[in-house]
Design a binder for this molecule. Structure first.
Ligand SMILES: Cc1cc2nc3c(=O)[nH]c(=O)nc-3n(C[C@H](O)[C@H](O)[C@H](O)COP(=O)(O)OP(=O)(O)OC[C@H]3O[C@@H](n4cnc5c(N)ncnc54)[C@H](O)[C@@H]3O)c2cc1C
Length: 436
């Protein structure tokens, strides 16, 4: 059955991208239907997650007071974990609390708040409805299909996240019929309850600070994975992000992401930080890490793609930033729809105004500048050799046996012990310098 809706725009997916788009459209006076598959806002959403930047301010000026955020980041750690070692750079900066560079968030809470905010602004919200497909007439998107029924609109904003079935079935992925594993990582995350006072003491963050830690996981089995620990109000977010293309199932092995998560959790450095914490949630989610090389089509006749569905997720090993780009791309898409409503023209040509706005707001520039970031980020040696190299180097310096050695000799010894050649070290330093 085809139902002709009164809505010029349907947004599919009430994550950060979809909520930002829907909210902006209502603020600009355009009627919008927001469809979410979960029964409640945020129920199916998962992020690490640190919400970086201030992108919500454009839509919700008081978001920092209103949104249920956890702790501001005042301490950033970046490290390499060897089998029994941890080499960690530990940056504390109290001023980051005032400037609120980033907040730890739990998406079940933030997205429920955002959905309510959309409703209050007059967005028509439907939850518990899974959109099965885009509805097309003569190759032009004219609405969505859910429960076998069609609801029409002039334009659909596709905001269904990293595992975007709609960009695949709607032919918005340059003809691809399935997601390319080389452009995705799998994130597994636990939320662990920890006594607030214990956490504040253990992480040296005080009552009003927070820690965000990112770690390269040293491994000798070819799997490339990173781990993260973030402090929330009275819980920890603990997780791993695993490069899908290096998961050994492909090679007939049985190691799973769950095993990699267990190994991270049981690492002596991590164990000391999480000791006594109790598991309260467990989830998994894809991370689109292909960047500029892996964007979906961004605009088509009757459709726009935003957030993770489009591939707007940035990662450089120090931060993962997808939520801020989800918000910014959602706003750009909404503004492109307003532009199209003004012209009463929803063709790909008119909707490509979206791409102009992505350029103007810096989204495209960021991804273009870092289009080769994966070369440095997913360098096998980063996982197979450098954690060992760093630990060999530092253990050498600290060991007081025999005659004292100069730093250069320690460096040479560590390179030998961990099998890193001078050429590899130089090449990797240059690659990192050029692409990170
Ligand atoms: C482990 C992990 C760690 C991360 N860490 C960070 C971090 O620290 N900082 C950061 O900024 N980013 C981080 N990210 C990335 C960030 O979570 C995403 O970039 C961001 O959530 C993208 O928002 P989105 O709205 O595009 O997609 P999503 O948040 O995935 O929202 C998609 C929405 O669409 C709904 N939906 C899907 N299909 C349908 C359908 N067919 N019909 C109806 N509704 C549908 C879903 O239920 C969901 O509500 C992390 C991601 C992972 C997995």
């Amino acid at each position: 059955m085809v139902t002709k809706s009164r809505f010029p725009c349907i947004v599919v997916g009430a994550g950060m991208a979809g909520c930002a788009a829907a909210l902006r459209l209502r603020q600009k006076g355009v009627d919008v239907l927001l469809v979410e598959r979960a029964d409640e806002g945020g129920a199916k959403n998962l992020s690490g997650g640190i919400l970086w930047g201030d992108d919500w301010a454009e839509l919700i000026p008081d978001w920092k007071e209103e949104m249920p955020v956890e702790r501001p980041v005042s301490n950033k750690k970046v490290g390499f974990l060897g089998a029994e070692s941890a080499f960690v750079v530990d940056y504390h900066d109290e001023s980051m609390k005032e400037d609120t560079v980033g907040y730890a968030v739990l998406r079940a809470k933030t997205d429920a708040y955002l959905l309510k905010k959309c409703q209050e602004a007059g967005v028509t919200v439907v939850t518990g409805v899974h959109v099965e497909d885009l509805y097309k007439e003569n190759g032009v998107v004219r609405g969505v299909v859910a429960g076998g029924e069609v609801t029409t609109a002039d334009v659909v904003i596709v905001a269904d996240g990293a595992n975007s079935r709609l960009t695949l079935s709607g032919d918005l992925r340059h003809g691809q019929k399935k997601l390319d594993e080389h452009h995705y990582a799998l994130g597994v995350k636990e939320v662990l309850k920890l006594d607030k006072a214990v956490m504040e003491d253990r992480f040296h963050i005080g009552e009003d600070g927070g820690m965000a830690g990112e770690y390269v996981l040293g491994r000798d089995d070819g799997v490339m994975a990173g781990g993260f620990i973030y402090t929330n109000e009275d819980t920890l977010s603990l997780g791993v992000v695993v490069n899908l293309a290096t998961l050994p199932q492909e090679k007939g092995n049985t190691l799973s992401t769950h095993d990699i998560m267990e190994q991270f959790r049981l690492h002596p450095y991590v164990q000391k930080l999480t000791h006594g914490a109790e598991l309260v949630e467990y989830g998994a989610h894809l991370v689109p890490e292909g960047g500029y090389q892996a964007f979906s089509e961004l605009s088509a006749d009757g459709a726009l793609v935003v957030g993770d569905a489009a591939g707007f997720c940035f990662s450089n090993g120090i931060v993962i930033q997808g939520m801020n780009y989800a918000v910014r791309s959602g706003v750009c898409a909404a503004d492109a729809v307003v532009h199209a409503v003004g012209k009463n023209d929803f063709s790909a040509v008119t909707l490509s105004h979206y791409e102009k706005l992505l350029h103007k707001t810096g989204v495209m520039g960021d991804f273009e500048r870092f289009k080769n970031v994966s070369k440095a980020l997913w360098n096998p040696r980063m996982f197979s050799k450098y954690p060992d190299f760093l630990s060999n180097m530092f253990r050498g310096i600290l060991t007081a046996d025999g005659p004292k050695k100069k730093m250069r000799a320690h460096l040479t010894d560590a390179m030998k012990a961990s099998g890193v050649s001078k050429r590899e070290l130089m090449t990797d330093a240059l690659t990192a310098g050029a692409n990170l």
